[in-house]
Unconditional design. Structure first.
Lengths: 257, 625
C-alpha cells in the first residue's frame, strides 16, 4: 500500500465520482451478491458474485478472508494505475501465506520514475507483465467466497473499480474489513470533550499507518511497498487486532465496512 | 505456482539453522510457511495434541514447558520448537505458551521431515537431544584444533643444514656446532637429475656419539658411514599430526621435511611438543630465570599474552588449563627457591601443596591462590614455625604480585591452620571422611584436589592415596560431599539479554565459574572419590568415571563436553576482557554471547543440571555405593 500523503487524500481522490457503496450500507451482502451475479455481464464477475459471501451475522471464526494490497503508479484512481497486486488468504487462526498470489501488471499509462523506486518493480518487469485484463480472472477466483481485508479500503476499492470498468465495462462491489479503520476506532476518537478543550490538552495524534499500527501489536517491521509483503503485513495486523480486541464469536458485521 | 514471501525468505536466510540450507531450498521453505499471531498468554500448543508444524518464532517470545509444568526454555525471535514431537511420536511433547505477543512461522511436518532427512547440517542444529548437539560442537572443535590441521611446514624454523656425501664425520660435527643444530642432512648426487641432489641420510648428535665416538672411529670417517640411511621424511604439506605419528611409529626424533623433493628443513620431536603447548614452555623457562619477585611480577603481561594466544589458536580448555597451571606451578616453585635463598635452608623437610584448580590443572587467568604446607612430623611450632610462616608469607605475597590474588577463604599456607605436620593432615582428612558433616565439608572440598609442587611431593601422593582409600564406598561422606556439590546450580539458559533461572526469574549476568565450571568440578570430584580415583584433573577423573561405568551410558562423555564448552566460554570471555583492556573476571553478560554460544551453553547447563539430579539420587545417605 502506498501512503505518500495525508491519509484523507485517498478519500478526496475518490470523492469526485460515484464510488461503491460502503459495506455497512448494504443490509444483506449475500442477497446483494446474488443480485449482482444476475446483473453482471462479464462471466468472471458473474462467477465471483455467484461464489457468494458470508452473511453479516457469521461468527468471525467461520469467515474465510483474504488480505489484498495493490501498488499503484500514484494516488489518483482517475489518473494512476495498478502495477502489482498481492493476496494472502487467511482466517482468524492462520495466515495461509503458502497460498499467496502475486501479479505484476502493465499499466496503460506512463510509469512515474519515483514510483518505480518505491515499488522496486523495474521497467523491464513491467514491460514483460500482462495487462490486468489477462489476470483479472485469476484475481477474482482468488477473492471469490472470501471477505477482503485491506489497510485503507479506499485505495483498493477505488483502483479495482476503475481498472475493471476500463477493462470489463463494469465495476465491482464487495464488503471489506479495513485494518486502518479498526485502528481509527481506537485512535481517532470523536472531538475532545469539554474538559480536554478547556485545558487545551493535546496529544500528538497516533499514527494509524500500517507500519506504526503493526508496531503497537509487537509485529516486526517490514519493508513497505511490495504488494505481497503489504498484504501479509495487513493479514498479520488483522490477526493481532482480532486476538486483542475481538472474540472469535464476534459477528462479521461488527468489522466490515 | 508458489510464491515466496520476501520478508519470510529474508528472515530465514539470516537465522540458523536455515542459513545452512541452499538458496533454492530456502525459497521453497519460504513459499510454504504459514503464519500465526498469538497474544501474550495464549496457549500455542498443548501436550499430547497432534504435532502438525515445526514452529519458528518470528517476533515476540514464547515459553516452552516440561510436561510437569516446569519451565524448559524461553525462546525469542529465531528460536524454534516442536521438533521433538515431530521426530518422535507425532504428538506435542512440550507445551508452549506465548510470553509476549508473538508471530510464528509454521512449517508443515512433511517439509520439516524432508529438511531433516536431506540436510545434515540443518539436522545437526535442530537435533532433538540437546546433549548430542553439544557433542557435535565439541567434536568439530577438536577437529579444528591446530595440531590436527596445521601442516609441518609451519614448524620448520630454519633452512635445512646439509653437506655433500663426501664430507667427513668431523666436518659434519663442525658444521652442526656452527649452526647450532642437532641434526644434519647428507645429500648425494642424483644420477637422473643432476641439479637435484637427493637425500642420502641424516646424522644426529646421537649418531656422532654412538657410531663414531663410542666405537672409536677416526674423525675422518666418511659421514656416509655414520649416517642413518633410508631416512623417513615428510612432505611439507603433511599434517603436524602425521609427522608426530611417523616419529612415534619409526621411533625417530628428527624428520626431514621435503618440498618438491628438496630438503626444506628438519623438525624435531621437541618442535612438536613446543608447538602443542605453544609458547607456554618458553614462558615456564623464563620464570625460572627471574632473580626476584619484582622480575617475576614483570612477567604477568606475558602470562596474559600466552593465555590469549592459546585461545586465539583454538587450544582446548583442557590444554589451556594444563598450560596455565604449569605456569602457576612454576611461579610457586621459583618463589620457593627465592624464599629459601633469602631465608636459608628449611629447618625441616616440607611439601608445598597446590589446592583446587591449580592442582586439577584447570587454572585460567583469573584465579585465587589456594595452597597449604605439609611439614615434617618432627615439626615443633616454637622451634620451626617462624621459618615456615616467613616462607609461606613470602610465597603468598609473591603470588599476589604475580596475579594470583589472595584466597578470600584464607586457604593459604600463610594461615597457620593450613601449616601442619603430615600426621595432622592425615588425621584431618581421616576426620573429614570418617566423621563428616555437610558443614565440616562445606569449605573442605578444595582440599580434596591437592598436588605437591615443591619439596617432599611424595607426601602429597601419600595424602591422595589415603583420601582415595578412605572415601571410596563411604556413603555418609559421599552423601555430604554430594550435598555440598548441589549448592551451586546452573541457570536454565538465556533470554534476550538476561540469564533465566529454573524458576523463571531473570538476572543480568552470571558468574560462569560459580554457576558452571565449579559445580561441574564439584560433581566430578564426588564421583571420582566414590570410585577411588586418584586423578586430579576433571577430564581425567571423568575418564576414570566412564571406565568405572557408574554413570548411565553416554553421560560421562556429555559431562566431558559440557565441561570443555563451559570452560572454553569462560576462557574466551576472559581473553576478550584482556584484549579490551578490562580486568578479566568470571562474569558473563548475556549480551556478549553469540547465538551459538547461548544455545550450546544452555545445552551444557542442562547436562550439568541433569547430572546434579543424578548425583543427588545416587549418593543418598545410607545408600550403598
Amino acid at each position: 500500500m502506498l501512503h505518500l500523503g495525508d491519509l484523507r487524500q485517498p478519500a478526496r481522490a475518490g470523492a469526485g465520482r460515484k464510488g461503491p457503496l460502503p459495506a455497512a450500507a448494504v443490509a444483506d451482502w449475500p442477497a446483494r451478491f446474488a443480485e449482482l451475479a444476475r446483473a453482471a455481464r462479464d462471466p468472471r464477475l458473474q462467477h465471483f458474485y455467484a461464489a457468494g459471501t458470508v452473511a453479516g451475522d457469521t461468527a468471525l471464526q467461520d469467515v474465510p478472508m483474504i488480505a489484498i494490497d495493490v501498488e499503484t503508479t500514484g494516488l489518483d484512481p482517475a489518473r494512476d494505475e495498478i502495477v502489482s497486486i498481492g493476496v494472502v488468504p487467511m482466517d482468524t487462526t492462520c495466515i495461509r501465506s503458502s497460498a499467496s498470489r502475486y501479479w505484476v501488471v502493465r499499466p496503460r499509462a506512463e510509469l512515474h520514475p519515483e514510483s518505480v523506486t518505491l515499488h522496486a518493480i523495474t521497467h523491464a518487469q513491467i514491460e514483460a507483465a500482462p495487462d490486468l485484463a489477462d489476470i483479472v480472472g485469476d484475481l477474482l477466483s482468488a477473492l471469490a467466497g472470501r471477505v477482503v481485508v485491506v489497510h485503507c479500503r479506499e485505495i483498493e476499492r477505488a483502483f479495482l473499480e476503475v481498472a475493471l470498468k476500463a477493462r470489463l465495462g463494469e465495476g465491482i462491489e464487495f464488503p471489506v474489513i479495513d485494518t486502518m479503520e479498526l485502528e481509527a476506532r481506537l485512535h481517532r476518537a470523536p472531538p475532545p470533550g469539554f474538559l480536554a478543550r478547556l485545558f487545551g490538552r493535546r496529544t500528538a495524534p497516533v499514527s494509524i499507518r500500517l507500519a506504526d499500527s503493526r508496531e503497537r501489536y509487537g509485529l516486526p517491521r517490514y519493508r513497505a511497498h511490495h504488494a505481497l509483503t503489504d498484504a501479509l503485513a495487513t493479514a498479520e495486523l488483522l490477526q493481532a487486532q482480532l486476538a486483542h480486541r475481538f472474540s472469535p464469536l464476534t459477528p462479521l458485521r461488527a468489522l466490515w465496512r | 505456482m508458489q510464491i515466496e514471501q520476501l520478508e519470510i525468505l529474508d528472515f530465514l536466510r539470516t537465522h540458523p539453522p536455515f542459513d545452512e540450507l541452499p538458496d533454492e531450498v530456502l525459497s521453497r521453505v519460504a513459499a510454504v510457511v504459514d503464519v500465526r499471531y498469538y497474544k501474550a498468554g495464549a496457549s500455542i500448543v498443548e501436550f499430547g495434541q497432534v504435532a502438525e508444524f515445526w514452529h519458528v518464532v518470528r517476533s515476540g517470545a514464547v515459553e516452552v514447558f516440561r510436561r510437569n509444568g516446569t519451565l524448559y526454555n524461553r525462546l525469542t525471535a529465531g528460536g524454534y520448537f516442536g521438533e521433538f514431537g515431530l521426530l518422535r511420536n507425532g504428538r506435542v511433547r512440550f507445551p508452549v505458551t506465548a510470553l509476549e505477543d508473538t508471530l510464528l512461522y509454521l512449517i508443515p511436518r512433511e517439509l520439516f521431515a524432508e529438511l531433516f532427512e536431506q540436510h545434515e547440517r540443518f539436522a545437526d542444529l535442530v537435533e532433538v537431544e540437546d546433549r548430542t548437539r553439544l557433542r557435535q560442537v565439541m567434536s568439530r572443535r577438536e577437529e579444528s584444533n591446530d595440531l590436527l590441521s596445521a601442516t609441518v611446514e609451519t614448524l620448520v624454523g630454519r633452512a635445512a643444514v646439509t653437506l655433500p656425501a663426501s664430507a667427513s664425520a668431523r666436518e659434519v660435527a663442525q658444521r652442526m656446532s656452527e649452526e647450532g643444530v642437532s641434526s644434519l642432512l647428507i645429500l648425494e648426487d642424483n644420477p637422473d637429475v643432476p641439479e637435484l641432489p637427493q637425500l642420502a641420510g641424516i646424522v644426529t648428535d646421537r649418531d656422532l656419539r654412538t657410531r663414531l665416538v663410542a666405537p672409536g672411529l677416526p674423525y675422518d670417517t666418511p659421514a656416509t658411514e655414520i649416517m642413518s640411511r633410508g631416512v623417513v621424511a615428510v612432505s611439507h604439506n603433511q599434517l603436524v599430526f602425521e609427522a608426530m605419528l611417523a616419529m612415534l611409529r619409526r621411533n625417530v626424533h628428527h624428520l626431514p621435511v621435503l618440498k618438491n623433493q628438496r630438503p626444506l628443513g628438519v623438525i624435531a620431536l621437541s618442535d612438536i611438543i613446543r608447538y602443542a603447548s605453544r609458547n607456554s614452555l618458553f614462558l615456564v623457562g623464563s620464570i625460572f630465570r627471574q632473580q626476584s619477585v619484582d622480575e617475576l611480577a614483570a612477567l604477568v603481561p606475558e602470562v596474559r599474552a600466552c593465555f590469549a594466544r592459546m585461545i586465539a589458536e583454538d587450544a582446548s580448555a583442557n590444554m589451556i588449563g594444563s598450560a596455565m597451571s604449569a605456569i602457576g606451578r612454576s611461579f610457586k616453585q621459583r618463589l620457593l627457591e627465592l624464599a629459601e635463598a633469602e631465608l636459608g635452608p628449611p629447618p625441616l623437610p616440607y611439601c608445598f601443596l597446590a589446592l583446587g584448580s591449580m592442582a586439577r590443572q584447570e587454572q585460567l587467568i583469573v584465579t585465587d591462590q589456594d595452597n597449604a604446607l605439609v611439614l615434617d612430623n618432627r615439626f615443633d611450632p616454637a622451634q620451626h614455625d617462624a621459618y615456615f610462616k616467613a616462607l609461606a608469607a613470602f610465597v603468598s605475597d609473591g603470588l599476589a604480585r604475580c596475579g594470583y590474588s589472595y584466597c578470600s577463604g584464607g586457604v593459604m599456607a600463610s594461615n597457620e591452620k593450613w601449616r601442619q605436620p603430615l600426621r595432622v593432615w592425615e588425621r584431618t582428612f581421616t576426620d573429614w571422611i570418617e566423621r563428616p558433616t555437610p558443614e565440616s565439608l562445606l569449605n573442605a572440598g578444595i582440599f580434596f584436589d591437592l598436588d605437591g609442587v615443591w619439596g617432599r611431593v611424595e607426601w602429597a601422593a601419600r595424602l591422595r592415596e589415603l583420601i582415595a582409600r578412605k572415601a571410596k564406598g563411604n556413603s555418609r561422606f559421599l552423601a555430604c560431599m554430594a550435598r555440598n556439590a548441589l549448592l551451586r546450580t546452573p541457570p536454565l539458559g538465556f533470554f534476550k539479554d538476561f540469564v533465566v533461572e529454573s524458576d523463571g526469574r531473570h538476572t543480568r549476568a552470571i558468574n560462569i565459574k560459580r554457576r558452571g565450571t565449579a559445580p561441574l568440578a564439584d560433581l566430578v570430584r564426588v564421583h571420582a572419590l566414590a570410585i577411588g580415583s586418584q586423578s586430579l584433573n576433571s577430564f581425567e577423573r571423568l575418564k576414570d568415571i566412564i571406565d568405572a561405568a557408574i554413570l548411565p551410558l553416554g553421560r560421562g562423555q556429555d559431562l566431558y563436553d559440557a565441561l570443555e564448552f563451559i570452560a572454553m566460554v569462560r576462557a574466551r570471555h576472559q581473553a576478550e576482557d584482556l584484549a579490551a583492556g578490562i580486568e578479566p573476571d568470571n562474569g558473563i553478560d548475556p549480551e556478549k554471547l553469540s547465538e551459538f554460544e547461548r544455545k550450546s551453553l544452555r545445552d551444557a547447563f542442562l547436562i550439568l543440571g541433569n547430572a546434579q539430579k543424578f548425583l543427588k539420587y545416587r549418593y543418598q545417605p545410607g545408600r550403598a555405593n
